[in-house]
Ligand binder design. Structure first.
Ligand SMILES: *Cc1c(COP(=O)(O)O)cnc(C)c1O
Length: 427
């Protein structure tokens, strides 16, 4: 039933799953590890990748497939694999094309978990990473690439710097050296930004944040744009026979879906970081309102940012769509509706002012999580980043007075009133 001309709003509701006559109207939860067959030859074909079908839920499940298909349609890709978490999505996205001795160039403004994954855990497996400032010139980025470089990596919006990725700059380097550009689009989602339209080849997600939208489940996904030529000599695992599948050559057999098919049948098979059917069901429900929620998150965040900018207790506000913001031009260029729900600001006063502020809030809650319907705040210097020295805080872009807000979809005036009283009551 999927129609290529459908707009996002329609895909959010109708995409991914098309019941046949008499079948469940809603994507059903298929809570089954395994699937029954009558013909042993058919099962043999499934194992040889000659036929498509479900046989074991680590590698594929109908509920998970419905969620994957809707994401693929929203993103404009050729296929997706859902995973147990955002972290496992990023791990598999990298390991699908990188091995010992390979090299990655990534923008230095990264989610904390991605930073430790690339610079510590994958580094111990022999994969090198070079981090470049998001403000580096095209030439500087190009100069960091070597003949071992296998991918360029960035995040649409980084947290907590809120840097908006310069897609043209990073993707043109990837194109020049013949490697894919992988983009983490977690904080924007496909409602606000479509990385594949701006030169990305693979999009990764933590579905835990806005895709879920209600803080119920941990999960992730990888979406393949199908727009990269794996036959340029650099990616032999995709362009040469795989002995674990009787010599299947993924590029030959699966054409522009080679990357995502290989990821599923080798890495999901071997690492087993699969998504549960129940969590896929919840993520699919989340996607049904994604278009509405992302608009409201963006509207509320801009309203709160404008209010905070003029508040006497506030020293600075960072939100990409404030007009004098460093990221304003890239936000206007690459974001479609708004800039999502995350903003940061600084509070005047002594070291305790930010802590007291978070205590004073009543509607907004102190929560480590971001990207759900409820407004939440955190003061990184006294919580998530408390191990860092004052100098380290500054070099990680987290000054002592910084408060991070994940603006929810409550009434904007109620959110603003709560922030106003909490600021005015800092004694
Ligand atoms: C949360 C997050 C992740 C990690 O996702 P989990 O689902 O927590 O494993 C990765 N990237 C970004 C941008 C995130 O915000």
């Amino acid at each position: 039933m999927f129609n290529e001309n459908w707009k996002d709003e329609t895909i959010c509701i109708q995409g991914g799953y098309t019941p046949k006559s008499g079948e469940a109207r809603i994507l059903p939860i298929v809570q089954s590890t395994t699937y029954k067959y009558e013909d042993p030859d058919q099962v043999a074909n499934l194992f040889d990748l000659k036929e498509e079908g479900f046989f074991y839920s680590r590698i594929g499940n109908p509920t998970v497939a419905g969620f994957e298909q809707k994401l693929t349609e929203l993103e404009g890709g050729v296929g997706a694999v859902a995973t147990a978490s955002g972290q496992s999505a990023i791990t598999l996205a990298v390991l699908n094309i990188c091995t010992k001795g390979d090299h990655i160039v990534a923008s230095s403004n990264l989610y904390g978990g991605t930073f430790t994954l690339l610079s510590s855990t994958l580094n111990k497996l022999g994969i090198d990473v070079t981090l470049v400032s998001p403000d580096a010139s095209r030439e500087e980025i190009l100069n960091k690439c070597t003949d071992k470089t296998k991918l360029i990596y960035g995040e649409t919006m980084a947290n907590p710097s809120l840097n908006i990725l310069d897609f043209d700059k990073f993707s043109s380097v990837a194109k020049e050296i013949g490697v894919p550009f992988i983009v983490d689009n977690t904080l924007m989602t496909s409602k606000l930004c479509k990385p594949l339209k701006h030169g990305a080849n693979i999009v990764v997600y933590s579905a835990t944040k806005y895709i879920d939208g209600h803080a119920t489940s941990v999960g992730g996904a990888i979406v393949d744009g199908g727009n990269f030529d794996w036959n340029n000599g650099k990616f032999k695992s995709l362009s040469e026979p795989d002995p674990t599948y009787h010599g299947t050559n993924f590029s030959e057999s699966f054409k522009n879906a080679a990357y995502i098919v290989k990821l599923r049948v080798t890495l999901l098979r071997d690492f087993g970081a699969c998504l549960s059917p129940f969590n896929a069901f919840l993520f699919n429900l989340g996607l049904e309102t994604l278009h509405l929620r992302m608009e409201r998150h963006s509207d509320n965040a801009l309203k709160l940012a404008k209010f905070l900018k003029d508040h006497p207790k506030v020293s600075w506000v960072n939100y990409p769509l404030l007009e004098n913001n460093k990221n304003y031009d890239n936000a206007k260029k690459y974001l479609k509706y708004g800039a999502s729900g995350i903003l940061t600001f600084g509070i005047k006063g002594n070291d305790d002012a930010a802590k007291v502020f978070t205590k004073n809030l009543s509607l907004a809650a102190l929560v480590v999580h971001i990207g759900d319907a409820r407004t939440s705040v955190i003061h990184p210097a006294s919580t998530t980043h408390r191990q860092l020295s004052e100098e380290q805080l500054i070099s990680s872009g987290v000054p002592k007075d910084l408060v991070r807000v994940s603006v929810g979809i409550e009434n904007a005036d109620d959110i603003i009133k709560d922030f106003d009283q909490a600021l005015n009551n800092i004694k």
